[in-house]
Design a protein around this ligand. Structure first.
Ligand SMILES: Cc1ncc(COP(=O)(O)O)c(C=O)c1O
Length: 443
């Protein structure tokens, strides 16, 4: 089979009709390109006009095990025929407890943990906010500039990657202060690593906690081990340890949002595993269910509400979701997807670095495992961000059969399923290379 296989420039006739109807019927959200997906398998997606694409998005970091992995499909199918829903927050399911025990084992930290199940990333963050407030009896939070934690009113207050997320929604949850993240390519303090001594972490104490945010009021610091929507920003190795120490010193909970980096994407189960730090709470969603909507927080059992009704929901830990997560973990283990993500990630980086040598519009290649991105810049040596170039690369790649998503101001992310075949990874990179070369000529 030829992949990618673009018979005519997409969207074709059927696709165009769906796009038009969508524009009338569906609320405006974040559409990136006019791909009308009909079915998918592994790393390949078929559109309604029969075009075949290579997927470097995994449905926004969700289908880490590949589209419709047979083990996940079977587990969900088997559960579908037994019991779909009985409200696990009000009654009891064995499968939910078994999965919680498993999640407690795979998350960092050798202490008793508890799990609260949700249905999405933003709901996980909302639940983490509530656990932090409840257990600390404090109501202020610290988050990072460039962070993305979701779009509901609590998580949105923590999000700080694009003004468009906030515009017209003020006021969100009060009490959130943002501090600069360790974005070394464009250091917010105009310093250089390693000479800077990772001052951005020290500044949290020196410029914020010692000056105007009383630590005794702060419930938690929310943090992404690798910033996702904000541009796939990888902090230096010391950053996580330093912020963890600041949290401990000040009695502030460290909440690690692994919604995008989690479940093997970076070559370890969680992004934070690269940095040897144990958070008090971890937020997960996306990749855990291989496409079935699900999320969770896993936290130190000492932080639990302990009273009925402080927090709950209807669908959290839905049976189909639990079956999908269990099967996802089985696949990650049985197919050694962590080491596969590392190995393929090394190959991906090697090819991106080779492309960078002859393409000055590629400013920075970064990431771990199969969570990588390139930040595009003007090719005049000025390091000026080039959002139009990033947009061109996403659109032109799509027309040539490679599905991509942007992130940050001018970055494009590369997050294929961890199961992608080496030849499909290379075929996708061939498309990317040709498009980048064209972008360089017209920019
Ligand atoms: C790190 C992080 N947290 C939270 C969210 C919100 O997840 P959802 O879109 O499932 O609400 C996202 C989504 O991209 C994310 O990347």
């Amino acid at each position: 089979m030829k992949v990618p296989d673009i018979k005519s420039i997409p969207p074709g006739e059927k696709g165009r009709q769906v796009v038009q109807r969508d524009k009338k019927a569906i609320a405006t959200s974040t559409k990136t390109c006019e791909l009308v997906a009909e079915r998918a398998r592994g790393s390949l997606v078929w559109d309604v006009d029969g075009n075949i694409y290579i997927d470097f998005t995994s449905g926004i970091g969700v289908v880490n095990t590949g589209h419709c992995h047979p083990t996940v499909v079977k587990a969900v199918g088997d559960q579908l025929n037994k019991l779909m829903h009985f409200a696990g927050t009000d009654f009891y399911y064995d499968i939910q407890v078994t999965l919680a025990e498993r999640l407690s084992k795979i998350t960092p930290g050798d202490f008793d943990k508890k799990v609260f199940y949700t249905n999405s990333g933003t709901e996980s963050v909302e639940a983490a906010i509530k656990v932090a407030k409840w257990s600390s009896e404090r109501s202020r939070f610290i988050a990072f500039t460039g962070a993305f934690h979701g779009r509901t009113m609590g998580s949105l207050a923590l999000t700080a990657s694009k003004t468009t997320h906030q515009e017209r929604f003020f006021s969100t949850m009060p009490g959130v202060d943002h501090v600069p993240y360790a974005y070394c390519y464009r250091c917010p303090y105009k310093l250089e690593y390693p000479g800077c001594g990772v001052y951005c972490a020290d500044a949290i104490q020196e410029q914020y906690l010692d000056k105007f945010i009383p630590s005794s009021d702060v419930a938690a610091l929310f943090y992404e081990s690798i910033q996702g929507e904000g541009g796939y920003i990888v902090p230096p190795p010391e950053f996580a340890k330093k912020i963890s120490e600041i949290c401990k010193r000040n009695g502030i909970l460290l909440v690690d949002d692994e919604v995008q980096a989690g479940f093997g994407r970076t070559g370890k189960m969680f992004g934070i595993d690269h940095f040897g730090v144990v958070p008090d709470m971890i937020c997960i969603a996306k990749g855990m269910g291989s496409g079935v909507p699900v999320g969770a927080i896993v936290f130190d059992a000492k932080l639990d509400f302990g009273v009925q009704g402080a927090h709950s929901n209807t669908y959290g830990g839905n049976l189909l979701a639990c079956a999908a997560v269990g099967a996802t973990l089985d696949v990650i283990e049985s197919e050694n997807l962590l080491s596969r993500a590392q190995k393929l990630g090394d190959h991906l980086r090697k090819r991106l670095d080779e492309m960078k040598e002859s393409n000055p519009i590629m400013g920075d290649n970064r990431g771990y495992g199969l969570m990588q991105a390139t930040e595009f810049i003007k090719g005049d040596g000025s390091k000026t961000p080039a959002p139009k170039v990033a947009g061109f690369i996403v659109q032109e790649s799509f027309k040539n059969g490679l599905v991509l998503l942007p992130c940050g101001v001018s970055a494009v992310r590369f997050i294929p399923p961890l199961t992608i075949e080496e030849e499909n990874l290379d075929a996708g990179l061939d498309v990317l290379q040709e498009v980048i070369e064209r972008a360089g000529k017209i920019s």
